[in-house]
Ligand binder design. Structure first.
Ligand code: GLY
Length: 353
């Protein structure tokens, strides 16, 4: 079993191995005594994994309570957040009880925010079941729900007590959902791990489980290192936003028809082309990133003009005052933050498209 410790104020482990879902109870006992546990799933993960996880928890003497929500981004809202808190209160959960998020980013964010809020904070365990959640959202303690005005506008920093990843879960993902996670893994490579990016580009059809384990292990190492330096996201951690200024604009303009990973892939392409044209990079990062998009069959053209993207990006959370922080690749494996004035954003997009 691979084990990595995320050394934040309250350190926690990420454990990874095929078949770990069936050992959830034993692993949970590393971070708590037997207690009540609220397992949160969506309609997809409930059918696939809930029985294995709950059975293992019951054999570890946990008192298991299960709640299942509809699958999809709409679940990350204040109504379901309220339902989850009421469920905990109705079942008399106390501060020594725990929650488990068994699902993708939506379930992880919703459960994490409920865990941060209920009784002013109880422990929770992340069991990501999508590649996207495994390589990014399950680690780092960002929890949130969406408001009518936008995504992730209410939330808290609340680190999990443990993250359990079972690569077998990736075998249940559609190709499109798998590509979402792969884009974030490639992003980790571009910002801080050239070997990971090279592995994604040149590995010759390795066994799927080996491929997924490498993506998750290396991406989490990149993320853990940045989160350890900047837990509350005021500096270095923002490097994780490579490709995300464009991605969030593309997602919003498409009414979220374009998925996050696909938008991140196009966002990396735009940022790397702008960096090449403007001579901000030391080496050409655009060509390898373009080759990545082609190799895995990502969409290349967002279908929006530089003016539309600039307008959407100017209302992004990454704006502070009259500038937006954009991540620029210096070379594959090293990126830097750069402030772009709002009135120059359209030039950034023109250079990148
Ligand atoms: N997903 C970026 C972060 O956790 O900071």
């Amino acid at each position: 079993m691979q084990r990595l410790t995320v050394k934040v104020a309250k350190p926690y482990d990420v454990v990874m191995e095929r078949g770990l879902l069936a050992r959830t109870g034993e692993l949970a006992l590393e971070v708590t005594a037997p207690c009540k546990v609220c397992v949160v799933t969506d309609e997809n993960t409930h059918g696939l994994f809930s029985e294995t996880v709950s059975g293992s928890l019951a054999s570890g003497d946990f008192d298991v309570y299960k709640i299942t929500f509809p699958a999809g981004e709409e679940t990350k809202d204040i109504a379901y957040f309220g339902k989850l808190l009421e469920f905990l209160a109705d079942n008399e959960f106390t501060r020594s009880d725990i929650m488990i998020a068994l699902g993708g980013g939506v379930i992880g964010d919703l459960t994490g925010f409920a865990a941060a809020s209920y009784l002013r904070g109880i422990k929770f365990i992340q069991i990501p079941t999508t590649l996207l959640a495994a390589v990014d959202a399950s680690v780092g303690g960002k929890t949130a729900i969406n408001l009518t005005a936008g995504k992730n506008l209410a939330g808290a920093f609340h680190q999990p007590s443990l993250v359990i990843y079972d690569p077998e879960t990736a075998e249940h993902l559609t190709h499109e959902i798998f590509l979402d996670g792969l884009a974030e893994a490639a992003k980790s490579g571009v910002i801080a791990d050239k070997d990971l990016f090279d592995y994604i580009m040149i590995s010759d059809d390795p066994p799927f489980s080996e491929f997924v384990t490498r993506l998750v292990d290396s991406s989490i190492r990149v993320k853990a290192s940045l989160v350890e330096q900047d837990e509350k996201d005021t500096g270095m951690r923002q490097l994780l936003n490579f490709g995300h200024t464009s991605a969030h604009a593309i997602e919003r303009l498409s009414n979220f028809d374009i998925t996050h990973g696909s938008a991140v892939a196009m966002g990396m392409l735009i940022a790397s082309k702008a960096a090449l044209v403007e001579k901000w990079s030391r080496t050409d990062c655009y060509t390898p990133i373009k080759t990545f998009l082609i190799k895995y069959g990502y969409r290349m053209d967002p279908g929006f003009s530089p003016e539309q993207l600039a307008a959407a990006a100017s209302i992004d959370k990454k704006r502070h005052g009259d500038v937006v922080s954009v991540v620029i690749p210096l070379e594959i494996g090293e990126c830097a933050l750069m402030d772009i004035p709002i009135d120059q954003l359209v030039d950034f997009f023109k250079a990148g498209m």
